[in-house]
Design a protein around this ligand. Structure first.
Ligand SMILES: [Zn+2]
Length: 122
């Protein structure tokens, strides 16, 4: 196994060489490049980073946090959060399981019969 080298920056989420961190940045886990960003941008990047690093199985707290982020006022954070949320909770009401999927394939093999809904009206 290769050892991870360098130091983790919690803002950009990258491992960088030690010299990319200032003395204070080291302890704070923020590299020099990120340290010079405006606080709002830093917070946004840290939030996105956290979204990308969420475990598959969320704790109650993490789920609550993710839910809140899907309503974040920052569009980028919102987009990432919604994506993460939908990965775990698909928006379709019925999650396709294998059997349903096979049925669907059979259906595609057969003749395409366009449902004519006009007959059903009334
Ligand atoms: Zn950084």
């Amino acid at each position: 196994m290769k050892k991870k080298r360098g130091h983790y920056c919690k803002v950009c989420g990258e491992y960088k060489a030690n010299e990319k961190f200032s003395g204070r940045g080291h302890a704070a886990h923020i590299c020099k490049a990120c340290a010079s960003l405006p606080p709002e941008k830093k917070a946004e990047m840290m939030t996105i980073n956290r979204l990308l690093n969420l475990p598959w199985r969320l704790s109650k707290d993490q789920l609550a946090w993710l839910r809140n982020r899907t309503k974040d006022r920052r569009p980028e954070v919102r987009a990432f959060a919604q994506h993460q949320y939908e990965l775990r909770f698909p928006p379709r009401e019925q999650f396709m399981d294998e059997d349903v999927w096979e049925d669907e394939l059979d259906f595609l093999d057969g003749e395409w019969d366009e449902p004519d809904e006009s007959d059903e009206i009334e």
